[in-house]
Design a protein around this ligand. Sequence first.
Ligand code: FAD
Ligand code: NAP
Length: 392
Amino acid sequence: MNPSLRYAAVVVGAGPAGIAVVGNLLERQLGGKIVWIDPFFDGGRVNRKYREVPSNTKVSLFHAYAQAVQPFRDLVKKSPIPNAFTMMAKLDENKTCSLHYAADMCRALIDGLADQVHQCRGIVTGADLAENSSAGWTVRIRKQGSLQNIEVVAPRLILCTGSSPTLLPIPVRELSMQRLDLDTVLKPSTLATTLPMKAPLVVAVIGASHSAILALMNLVELARLSHSQLRVKWFTRHSLRYAECMDGWVLRDNTGLKGLAAEFAREQLEDARLPQSEAGRFIEKIDCGGHEKELSAYQRHLPECTHLVQAVGFTRDPLPKLSRSGQILNPEFDYESGGFVDGEGRVLRGLYGAGIAFPERIVDPYGNVEYAVGLYKFMKFVKRVCPMWTAS
Ligand SMILES: Cc1cc2nc3c(=O)[nH]c(=O)nc-3n(C[C@H](O)[C@H](O)[C@H](O)COP(=O)(O)OP(=O)(O)OC[C@H]3O[C@@H](n4cnc5c(N)ncnc54)[C@H](O)[C@@H]3O)c2cc1C
Ligand SMILES: NC(=O)c1ccc[n+]([C@@H]2O[C@H](COP(=O)([O-])OP(=O)(O)OC[C@H]3O[C@@H](n4cnc5c(N)ncnc54)[C@H](OP(=O)(O)O)[C@@H]3O)[C@@H](O)[C@H]2O)c1
């Protein structure tokens, strides 16, 4: 093996989680170079898909993310002004903001870190752990524009590979409706040109958490401003849930509505408001809690719909093919340590994860279990577990 292809760590993915991991590894001065792999190096889905989405976290948490480790603080300090950090600093830190500010901050961090790590544009296609040697992980990378794989070796492999909107089968078979991609519905400028303006449209929206409420908000705005024949059937299986400030902690911090979505839901979508609200002119709410009720609701209402958008959560993107001494692995994530175990519960040495695909599990004071998804939450998690990752 060419010694230049040996690294202290391989980080896969340059979204907010990968950026947080690289910042923490650099801060801990591993004594070897880090190789960081992503096909785009543009800040992940927040930048590619969600620039037009209003944040559900306060500006102060984006600041906290950018100030959390010394390598970030150094590059914030030396960035020529104006920059993404100074743009963010102009905002009220107690309010939410458009995610394009967070996306630009992520891009600025990636660019600023470029001379401290080896950034490699490409896809990690597989990785093998040498079982009986200290060599660690041999990681296969398909570099962009090349059909050949290169291999690098490192004792640590950290997966920050992200998740995409979950797609479920359409609940009623043989319907000829068109699926709308959730990412499109969350991007008003694209949504406006995707849906025909002058045709009668009935869009089914399934779900009732952040993505679903923003989908409803964007569709209502479209119906109000340009697509006068657009109507929405909103299928929800639970009542609206909001994040609530408690004494020093937040109830439903990861699952409850916050920010603009919460405002819109409280003011326009609650049962007591919907019939009189502006949104109620366009939205018909269909309660489908409970399995039987759900199926009959879909059977009755879906045939009238021309389009369907599912806002039912996110699913991990496919992982590189992982093996141990050539034997295929199906690693299970340990939500406490950020590590992985094999099918028999044995720790997979040097394999770690972070981000929306591999979040920390939190138990709140009432015993509710949630998964910590958000830029600053990734940072807090990685800060806690990174000393363990680098000690071994
Ligand atoms: C609609 C929406 C709004 C959100 N709003 C907020 C918010 O307001 N505030 C907040 O704090 N959080 C928010 N989040 C949560 C979270 O911050 C984002 O989901 C964030 O994008 C997750 O970052 P990530 O790095 O885990 O994954 P991603 O952003 O998906 O990045 C993963 C990266 O890995 C790369 N990758 C994947 N596989 C490979 C491979 N095999 N080889 C090389 N590269 C690979 C991908 O190309 C991608 O660049 C939001 C999430 C969603 C879905
Ligand atoms: N900035 C923003 O405003 C914003 C916008 C979108 C997303 N996000 C973030 O992105 C992450 C994902 O959020 P998300 O809203 O996409 O998903 P989510 O929080 O995972 O919620 C998924 C929702 O879909 C419902 N659901 C699942 N399967 C269903 C089915 N078969 N039929 C009907 N409903 C179903 C769930 O209901 P049950 O609870 O009953 O299962 C739940 O309400 C979160 O971290 C969120 O904070 C942020």
